[in-house]
Design a protein around this ligand. Structure first.
Ligand SMILES: [Zn+2]
Length: 407
């Protein structure tokens, strides 16, 4: 429950939505009975087409292989994929998300232009939304504004042409998607990064579209983009963003990997979400999020599976905590005095804040939220694992627990 572990919980669900919550109840007939149950996890960051290259770029092409050489491979895929293939990849990937225990997805979508018909930038987004609807995964569709290849309005490279939209095209796309979306879906606003847009384009879009919808942007993922930002603007990316825009709790800053103390304070005070993608960030060699400092300031964070190198919210949590242990040479970093169990501390926050990032009713076991849950069961008969916090820790950090998605 949002307040922590409770025994004897009864949820009444009508058409997928929780309509009543009782605690401390006895079992009665005609109910589905489960043991230890936790809410499913909102997935706050996805590039669904990248699922088609998961695990296929793990070989050296250059002595200094990095994010940027991985990106060249990713562009080759982005330029090859057509609408039919995109539907198949998205449908399969979203099914995998549900099975893994995700309740919803924020889809950060930038492969806009049709492979054959360059003037068509609507079909790809609609294809992705249809795939999510067909598998029953609520989606926050985030069409991405992508206009430049680097800070300072550098022209796009040929391999980025399918991503390109003008601000007017972007606004037209957003309005069309908002009209055709399915009832369980939401359309948010999205800027690729401060590399790919400028202040004027962002202002034009934000002024033209409704306030209060989720706004997502990649920020400070790589040292290279911080160097570009300082060189051109004299400011780091987060400083630049907060200097020019009223960033609030409707914003999600994806990655936010490289932050100084002042930037950590800015994000935490604004109530914006830092979306951490631990497995992808590790796979791409991005760096480690400054969790202890962010935690001290009670910053909001959620998780995303991003490139989908693995679709597994439990593994994302484990990677996040383990990266902190390795960097700080400590154990049990992601927790505090009021909630010493790492699994419970992480899971509760990431569900609550993940729902904030998505702008969808996926905030766990509360009235008017969508019901999506994971039941946990110990598989190790020789070790006693208590239901509740201990079982959740054991699911995240050992292989003694199985999980099953319920919705
Ligand atoms: Zn991303």
């Amino acid at each position: 429950m949002p307040s922590g572990w409770q025994a004897g919980v009864r949820l009444a669900v009508n058409q997928g939505v929780i309509v009543a919550v009782e605690t401390g109840v006895e079992m009665k007939g005609g109910e589905q009975v489960h043991g230890t149950v936790i809410p499913a996890m909102p997935n706050a960051h996805s590039h669904v087409f990248q699922r088609a290259m998961a695990g296929l770029s793990e070989y050296k092409t250059h002595p200094t292989d990095s994010f940027w050489s991985w990106r060249d491979l990713m562009y080759r895929l982005a330029n090859e994929i057509d609408a039919e293939q995109l539907y198949c990849v998205a449908k399969t990937c979203y099914q995998e998300m549900k099975a893994a225990g995700y309740s919803s997805v924020c889809e950060f979508h930038y492969v806009h232009r049709d492979k054959a018909k360059n003037e068509d930038f609507l079909t790809a987004s609609k294809t992705v939304m249809k795939a999510a609807h067909d598998v029953g995964l609520p989606i926050t569709m985030l069409p991405v504004l992508y206009a430049f290849s680097g800070v300072g309005d550098q022209p796009l490279h040929p391999e980025q042409r399918r991503f390109e939209l003008s601000a007017d095209e972007y606004i037209a796309l957003w309005q069309q998607l908002n009209t055709v979306k399915f009832p369980e879906q939401r359309v948010g606003i999205c800027f690729h990064s401060i590399r790919a847009v400028n202040k004027e384009l962002m202002t034009q879009v934000l002024d033209a579209l409704p306030q209060g919808v989720p706004v997502h942007i990649h920020i400070a993922e790589q040292q290279g983009e911080i160097d570009q930002s300082i060189e051109h603007h004299g400011l780091r990316p987060v400083e630049w963003l907060y200097r020019h825009f009223a960033v609030d709790a409707s914003w999600s800053l994806v990655h936010a990997t490289h932050l100084n103390d002042q930037e950590i304070a800015l994000i935490a005070a604004s109530g914006a979400v830092a979306v951490i993608c631990p497995l992808t960030e590790a796979n791409l060699g991005d760096g480690v999020f400054a969790m202890p400092e962010y935690q001290k300031r009670k910053g909001h964070w959620a998780i995303g599976s991003d490139s989908h190198i693995e679709i597994n919210p439990s593994a994302e949590m484990k990677m996040l905590e383990y990266s902190q242990r390795l960097v700080h040479q400590q154990r049990n970093v992601c927790c505090d005095e009021s909630q010493p169990h790492v699994g419970t501390w992480m899971w509760l926050q990431a569900v609550q804040v993940g729902a904030q990032s998505a702008g969808l009713p996926v905030a766990g076991f509360q009235i008017n939220q969508r019901f999506a849950a994971i039941s946990l069961e110990a598989t190790q008969p020789t070790i006693e694992i208590k239901p509740g916090a201990e079982l959740l820790d054991a699911w995240l950090f050992s292989d003694h627990v199985n999980h099953r998605f319920i919705s």
